[in-house]
Write a protein that binds this ligand. Structure first.
Ligand SMILES: Cc1cc2nc3c(=O)[nH]c(=O)nc-3n(C[C@H](O)[C@H](O)[C@H](O)COP(=O)(O)OP(=O)(O)OC[C@H]3O[C@@H](n4cnc5c(N)ncnc54)[C@H](O)[C@@H]3O)c2cc1C
Length: 260
């Protein structure tokens, strides 16, 4: 069984998101980490590997420094890593990203593709289902638990206040939630081995099944017009009134603001 896990290197948003004056993310001033949902997806793949001996390949499209994240995935237990990197692929929106990632996945053997539900920087949650669409695969999103049974996967899928249990035949694509599991740590031996392994690097010209009209900034139908921090709301107003007065006060305020 071959599992491909799509992982994205994202800025660590725990310390807050910083923007450049032109509205683009100030990635240089923020630590780069493996997207949390993707790390849970990788852990799920490694658990399937532990049970079945599956081969796990991690794949990313990104800057050359994404090599660090791929080595982390190798040190956790992934077997192979692929970095798709090329200046011509820069500035991609979800359409161009998923077109490129799908073209790279097509060059690999796969039974199961796992992506994160969403990346903590772009936050669109579109790339996983789009990759499935490009590859004409069934997709199960929001996975909280994944079991492999013969040629099928059975997924506990988060749905509002309940779960769905969904079964799909492989090949298929699953999008993982960070709640799926607690990702394992890298082992010291794994870290040494990860630096002995070769990361496969592909540029745009290695992806033959990909149209130039669907890559990079020029091939991106969505343009980010502006990105900025949220404007903080004021502290609000506190009043201490009895219940009857409170009702009159609130109704008065709503009228004042033309809500009622
Ligand atoms: C503030 C901001 C807002 C944005 N808004 C939009 C928008 O509205 N529409 C739009 O089209 N683009 C938008 N983008 C651009 C978008 O972030 C990029 O296109 C990005 O490459 C993919 O989208 P995402 O980060 O939302 O991924 P998501 O769709 O949230 O990611 C889902 C999963 O897909 C996989 N994945 C995503 N990117 C990669 C990758 N490079 N390599 C491997 N696997 C990957 C990961 O497993 C990830 O968990 C925005 C970017 C920013 C910074």
């Amino acid at each position: 069984m071959n599992i491909v896990v799509c992982i994205k290197q994202v800025p660590d948003t725990k310390g807050g998101v910083k923007f450049n004056p032109d509205g683009t993310l100030d990635r240089a001033s923020m630590l780069a980490i493996m997207n949390p949902d993707d790390k849970a997806g990788l852990e799920a793949a490694l658990r399937i590997k532990d049970e079945t001996g599956a081969k796990v390949t991690v794949l990313t499209m990104g800057l050359p420094k994404a090599d660090d994240m791929l080595r982390e995935a190798l040190a956790m237990g992934a077997d192979e890593a692929v970095l798709v990197t090329d200046r011509r692929l820069g500035g991609a929106d979800t359409w161009a990203t998923s077109s490129t990632v799908a073209a790279a996945v097509k060059k690999l053997d796969y039974d199961l593709i796992i992506t994160g539900r969403q990346a903590i920087d772009g936050d669109t949650a579109q790339v996983g289902p789009q990759i499935a669409e490009h590859l004409a695969l069934p997709v199960i999103s929001y996975a909280e638990d994944i079991k492999v049974e013969g040629n099928s996967v059975i997924v506990k899928r988060q749905y509002e206040d309940r779960y769905h249990e969904v079964k799909a035949q492989m090949p298929c694509l699953i999008t993982a939630l960070s709640e799926l599991n607690e990702p394992r740590y890298m082992t010291p031996g794994g870290i040494f081995d990860a630096y002995d392994k070769e990361v496969t690097v592909w540029g745009r010209d290695d992806l033959t099944d990909l149209d130039d009209a669907n890559i990079g900034l020029a091939g991106s139908p969505t343009k980010i017009a502006k990105a900025s921090d949220k404007v903080r709301k004021g502290a609000g107003e506190k009043v201490a009134l009895d219940p009857k007065e409170s009702v009159e006060y609130i109704v008065g305020k709503l009228k004042e603001k033309h809500v009622i």
